[in-house]
Design a protein around this ligand. Structure first.
Ligand SMILES: Cc1cc2nc3c(=O)[nH]c(=O)nc-3n(C[C@H](O)[C@H](O)[C@H](O)COP(=O)(O)OP(=O)(O)OC[C@H]3O[C@@H](n4cnc5c(N)ncnc54)[C@H](O)[C@@H]3O)c2cc1C
Length: 318
């Protein structure tokens, strides 16, 4: 599609979605929607509130030949400096949280913080590990987010998602979600490609606990994060996955890479596992830094460490 056709296709998607009552915005800065603060503008952003609206966004984009990407809270993403000439479907408006007994049902766009707090207030234990992970429930299931000895897959009962290829909405039991270390069937792994399905909501099974004890556990985790992680700088969390049996941050530190800088991107001096944006970092700076770290670790230890940060291209489903 040439530039003016693409512009009118995007305009047509904008009109159809807003006429149908879906909240849409134009020329959204990806830098301002992601924790790394890197990336140019997306031509269009849509904020569906329901499964029907998600389906509509997809159908309209498909019919108009406009590419579509799914983004949660943008806390694990490296976005392109040149932006995205398509529509970003943000899940933020699907943020409902319902609690019945020890079961929590959360929309994909509910933040982990809001789910942790809602569970704590009802005296439900099992989610405290996720306090401080700045993502959504959908993003957490996508990559099986985890910390402090827990993973979201420990609590998931089932996941309702939209198959983007067939348009079907299905509910998958946790056992069918292909959870592994920082992977799921949705994200795929080195052997299996991801599914391009959109996670709509997630049911979590928690256990009865004590609100005050849960509050203390969450405060302890928050304090530990503030002490160890460079939360004062933009980042996308741990830059690399753990290598089996090795702490990646320790390897990077031992290789003398703390503080190593490319442009505005730097290996944090506080925590070698984080790449931080010191100001004005570009996508290219981060990719170059990641490549150099991987090369150095390979030369020194003979192993290839894998990035945990995801490229925006992974978000594109159409
Ligand atoms: C300071 C900091 C600390 C962090 N600490 C941790 C940690 O301790 N443990 C940890 O695991 N991670 C951590 N992270 C990384 C990040 O917060 C998690 O990976 C989180 O789960 C990402 O969720 P998100 O909503 O931001 O996803 P995004 O970054 O928006 O998206 C990530 C991927 O998920 C896909 N996706 C998102 N929502 C959906 C959906 N509804 N359906 C289908 N695909 C979807 C996107 O397309 C993309 O490919 C940290 C990040 C930061 C900045």
């Amino acid at each position: 599609m040439n530039m003016s056709n693409q512009t009118s296709a995007i305009q047509a998607v904008h009109t159809r979605l807003s006429d149908a009552g879906v909240s849409v915005r134009t020329q959204i800065s990806l830098a301002s929607c992601t924790t790394f603060r890197i990336g140019g503008n997306a031509a269009l952003a849509a904020y569906p509130e329901t499964a029907e609206q998600v389906k509509l966004v997809l159908d309209v984009c498909r019919e108009s030949g406009v590419p579509c990407a799914v983004v949660g809270n943008g806390s694990n993403l490296l976005c392109p400096d040149e932006g995205f000439d398509g529509c970003v479907l943000f899940t933020a408006a699907m943020k409902h949280i319902e609690i019945a007994g020890t079961t929590v049902t959360a929309g994909a766009g509910a933040t982990l913080a809001s789910v942790c707090c809602a569970a704590r207030d009802r005296g439900l234990a099992g989610m405290a590990f996720a306090y401080g992970i700045p993502g959504t429930v959908g993003g957490a299931v996508f990559m099986n987010a985890g910390a402090y000895g827990g993973e979201i897959s420990d609590c998931v009962t089932d996941v309702t998602c939209l198959h983007t290829k067939t348009g079907e909405i299905v509910t998958l039991d946790a056992a069918d979600c292909g959870f592994g270390y920082r992977t799921s069937r949705f994200s795929g792994n080195a052997d299996v490609p991801g599914t391009s399905d959109i996670i709509l909501s997630v049911r979590l099974s928690l256990s009865q606990g004590d609100s005050d004890a849960i509050r203390l556990e969450m405060e302890g985790i928050s304090a530990a994060r503030r002490e160890k992680q460079p939360l004062e700088f933009p980042s996308a969390g741990s830059a690399f996955k753990r290598y089996p049996g090795r702490f990646t941050a320790q390897l990077i530190d031992e290789a003398g890479l703390k503080g190593y800088t490319v442009g505005g991107a730097q290996v944090s001096e506080k925590h070698a596992g984080f790449i931080i944006n010191r100001g004005g970092a570009t996508e290219r700076d981060v990719i170059t830094l990641i490549d150099r770290i991987r090369d150095r670790i390979h030369t020194q230890y003979g192993i290839w460490i894998e990035p945990e940060i995801r490229c925006f291209s992974d978000c594109i489903i159409l």
